[in-house]
Ligand binder design. Structure first.
Ligand code: FRU
Length: 450
């Protein structure tokens, strides 16, 4: 069957453009997933709003279109990224109101307003009036006008906020603020690191397994063969509150940026990213059909033995598995219909797994690679690599137009969009064995605004 390019396991808008996940939360018995949304253009032009999905669980969603729009002076050029905090019977949503003044400005050091704005909601969808909490004058004087993406949490009886920023010396940093009432915020400190880009977007402080991590999406890192291969990066540091340590990338594929964490009602820390990046040199053919980009599946986070974060596909996905599975023996070809998951715990030092002629996954000399043999299925994507040492296990979640690849139990992850013509793929294993489960699709109902 011809692939209509609509995802079956991933949240994506019916039309327009999606970028960062925003306001992720569980509130009033439902998951709340907001996202950066340009309803009028698959290329991200026009009004930048917050779009909204509400989930009864992580497999059963309602899509409600744009629920916060730019309509006051302080957010007139975009309702930019932010986060959610549940307090009593309200969800507090904090975002950046973007303002571009008319005139001859560079919009980096002048001409831009970056306001932290609060709205509250009792149903996730209808918002209170907007209240401006912080303006440019509230940020340290060494910051440029690029200060944005508030992430708010509660700690020891008070509230904390981090904001991503670019200094006037073109260094990325994170600003820390504190409040006792969620309205009045005081600057505490900024945290940066030399040689890690000119701007840090979408910061997040993740408390996990008794430790603390600082996640950022830095821009302006030099590209390497095995690191920072994309135009912009996303990763985290182990973080004691003062000094960010070694930077670890969240994902080594072509399409991952601006992730945000939140806590599920059962205590799991889940991470969702934008399965896309700004200013990419490759293409997504869905844009010609009227929409572009999706979110990643939720990933369950834990801390591994080496102190790094392990990412695993959310366990609810297992409920979509169709029985019986199909085994692939060494050297065998099997046909599988998208969406499906492939799992292997048995691979040789060198192996390859090909999905039709669309894409090849390979391990050789301790390096795992994700390669598109030709332009077409990858929309111009070529190759991404990650050093993994030995491959002990591999799990691939293949949706209609994306792959998420979890290596060694989620020690390393690679995400990419891919665009096979057909919905049935030939999976060819060489030096690896595994099992394939085809997957049912999750439910996404669209209401009249979607
Ligand atoms: C990250 C980002 C954020 C900003 C938003 C605007 O992709 O640039 O820093 O708030 O997108 O859509």
């Amino acid at each position: 069957m011809k692939n209509d390019l609509r995802q079956k396991l991933h949240l994506e808008p019916k039309k327009g453009w999606l970028n960062d996940p925003n306001g992720l939360s569980f509130f009033g018995g439902a998951y709340r997933v907001y996202f950066q949304y340009s309803p009028d253009s698959p290329y991200g032009d026009g009004d930048k709003c917050w779009g909204y999905f509400e989930g009864r669980d992580l497999l059963d969603w309602k899509y409600m279109g744009a629920v916060i729009r730019p309509d006051i002076r302080e957010d007139i050029n975009g309702v930019y990224s932010g986060s959610g905090l549940v307090r009593g019977d309200k969800l507090y949503l904090f975002y950046t109101g973007n303002v571009k003044e008319d005139g001859d400005y560079d919009y980096i050091t002048c001409g831009r307003g970056a306001n932290v704005i609060l709205v509250t909601t009792t149903d996730g969808r209808h918002m209170s009036g907007k209240r401006v909490l912080l303006r440019n004058s509230d940020y340290p004087e060494y910051c440029s006008c690029h200060v944005r993406d508030p992430k708010v949490w509660e700690e020891n009886g008070s509230y904390r906020m981090v904001l991503g920023a670019r200094t006037l010396e073109d260094k990325g940093c994170v600003l820390f603020y504190r409040s006792d009432d969620l309205l009045d915020w005081h600057f505490e400190k900024s945290v940066g690191k030399d040689d890690l880009g000119y701007m840090w977007e979408c910061p997040d402080v993740i408390r996990l397994g008794g430790r603390r991590f600082l996640s950022i999406s830095p821009q302006g890192l030099p590209h390497g063969m095995y690191s920072h291969q994309n135009v912009y990066s996303a990763g985290y540091f182990a973080f004691d509150g003062e000094v960010p340590r070694e930077f670890e990338e969240w994902d080594y594929g072509f399409d991952f940026y601006a992730p945000q964490s939140f806590t599920a009602p059962d205590g799991r820390t889940l991470l969702i990213g934008w399965m896309g990046i700004g200013d990419i040199p490759y293409k997504n053919p869905t844009a010609e059909l009227g929409w572009q980009h999706c979110l990643t599946i939720p990933r369950e986070l834990s801390v591994g033995k080496n102190g790094r974060i392990i990412q695993r596909p959310f366990r609810e996905l297992g409920r979509l598995k169709k029985e019986p599975p199909v085994s692939i023996a060494q050297g065998e070809n099997v046909t599988a219909k998208l969406p499906f998951c492939f799992a292997s715990a048995a691979c040789e030092d060198s192996f390859s797994l090909r999905l039709s002629d669309a894409v090849e996954l390979r391990t050789e000399n301790g390096v795992f690679s994700l390669k598109f043999p030709d332009e077409r299925a990858g929309g111009g994507r070529d190759i991404r690599r990650v050093k993994i040492g030995e491959c002990r296990s591999l799990e691939v979640i293949a949706d209609m137009t994306s792959l998420e690849i979890f290596i060694n139990g989620g020690e390393k992850v690679m995400s990419t969009r891919f665009y096979p013509d057909e919905t049935a793929l030939t999976v060819a294993a060489d030096g690896i064995t595994g099992i394939i489960h085809e997957l049912a699709e999750m439910r996404v109902m669209t209401d009249e605004n979607g």
